[in-house]
Design a protein around this ligand. Structure first.
Ligand code: C5P
Length: 229
């Protein structure tokens, strides 16, 4: 029988994984726009759970409460142009979601098995025709292992801290570059060393180091890889 799952598996997916500040957000969004495909910022899901957990004073080690929150929380995520609109109970929470504080707490709760398990299906629901560009840490390894093209995007810690600094400054956040550098290093170690779904390239991923590359250059490289695949 032609099941919903079989039908979903026939929808093409491109995954872009990598550490924060590697440029994967901007690049995945632009690629989705170029192709006219859907876009999934999986980090936003972890950030939503983190923001609500912080508001409800749920600690990072309270696995049960975090798992229930990740499973039942009602929110809507929509991506239009280069804007991610996040509605929680009908209220826009996008600015809070993008703060460094939310990113750090998201990385803390992302090690909780019940949170990851609850978000697997919610992420797969974004797979719709004509296609999906999904970015995060485990898109190619765990969520969409059958993706037609998997990219692992990296950049030096210095370049990533510098990019994040500029991004956060533009948003009016008060940031300190050396603290940001330390936070990014700590977040990398936590993301790479957790036991489930660690940040690591899929075996069949194509590695791109964006340290010395512009966004246009990376996009060009991905389009080239797409043609070859
Ligand atoms: O990509 P972003 O900085 O928004 O992600 C915030 C945090 O969410 C990451 O540091 C990571 O710990 C977690 N995350 C994850 N798996 C994903 C996406 C994000 O563990 N697929």
């Amino acid at each position: 029988m032609y099941s919903f799952r079989t039908k979903q598996m026939s929808v093409p997916v491109i995954t872009i994984d990598g550490p924060g500040g590697s440029g994967k957000g901007t690049i995945a969004m632009r690629l989705a726009q170029n192709l006219g495909w859907h876009y999934l910022d999986s980090g936003a899901l972890y950030r939503i759970v983190a923001v609500v957990a912080m508001e409800r004073a749920i600690e990072a080690d309270n696995e049960q409460a975090l798992g229930e929150l990740a499973e039942h929380l009602e929110f809507s995520l929509s991506f239009t142009g280069d804007n991610v609109a996040t509605l929680l109970d009908g209220i826009r929470i996008t600015p809070k979601l993008r703060s460094e504080e939310a990113g750090v707490f998201a990385s803390n709760i992302a090690v909780v098995p019940a949170v990851r398990a609850a978000l697997v299906q919610r992420q797969r629901e974004f797979r719709k025709l004509p296609g999906l560009v999904a970015e995060g840490r485990d898109m190619g390894t765990v969520i969409f292992p059958d993706a037609k093209l998997k990219i692992f995007l990296t950049a030096s810690v210095e370049a990533r801290a510098d990019r994040r600094y500029k991004q956060l400054k533009e948003k009016g956040e008060n940031v300190n570059l050396s603290r940001l550098f330390r936070d990014i290093e700590k977040r990398d170690i936590r993301d790479m060393s957790r036991s489930i779904s660690p940040l690591t390239p899929a075996q069949d991923a194509q590695l791109i180091d964006s340290t010395e590359m512009s966004i246009e250059m990376v996009l060009e490289e991905i389009h080239k890889l797409l043609e070859e695949n």
